[in-house]
Design a binder for this molecule. Sequence first.
Ligand code: SAM
Length: 266
Amino acid sequence: MSQDAAIEQHYGRPGLLDRILKSLAKQGVDGNDITIETLAPLDEFHVGGLFATRRIASRLTLMPQDRLVDLGCGTGGPARAIADISGCTVSGVDLTEEFVTTGRALNDITGLAEQVTLTQGSILALPLPDDAFSHAVMLHVGMNVADKHGLMREAFRVLQPGGRFCVYDMMQTSDGDLKFPFPWASDASFSAVARPADYIAAAIDADLALEAQHDESAGAASMLSAMPDSGPANRPDGSADPFHNLAQHIKTGLLAPTEIYFRKPR
Ligand SMILES: C[S@@+](CC[C@H](N)C(=O)[O-])C[C@H]1O[C@@H](n2cnc3c(N)ncnc32)[C@H](O)[C@@H]1O
């Protein structure tokens, strides 16, 4: 099986929209009550959820005239939240077809279809023009993408000169073996966890300049334990819980949710 097919098999389960709507209905949420906030536990697939997405939007200081690309957008939770809070337009690209079709339906339901466009594709060959975006984000995707140089080259290509790129990934921050499963991979065969220095080296090779780096470990482990069982990597076979496992790795300092900001020079 190719790497892309393994990733899509890991994340994509048919009937996702139906499961999301049923889960909301169970909580008494339907119609106009389906908002960025009520959806957040179900459509933000990264540590810190909506809180982390809003932190990133704030650090990027986005304006309504900005155009943002979300690399590996999942079902578009972060894309919708950023569009909603900043007024900017967002274009999301994700490998997993089920996420993209679910995300388009959620764009319609939340009234954000004019502002948020989702497309199926690989971030290593973005179906997007050169120099088209003022900002780019990538949230918890690089752990599945071994070719960090390729992803940095694509981010550089689609950004306008002066454009900023925020990477928010789980990164390895001390020596030691990773013990699977994690939410992004049940085993090491399609995991590509790297160190902050690897991302930075790949970005610099792609001519992106480093602006800032933040370790967001504080509070992450407790947020993880609050994540719902209905997440994209939920395992029905009774094996080790990937979220609990990730929390342990963060507590011991082997992994850290890390944000790195880059800029394409003018
Ligand atoms: C943990 S989810 C994060 C989704 C979203 N960024 C969020 O935070 O809600 C990882 C996503 O990366 C996508 N992905 C992994 N490798 C990819 C690739 N090469 N190109 C595009 N998407 C990819 C998966 O399909 C999945 O939706």
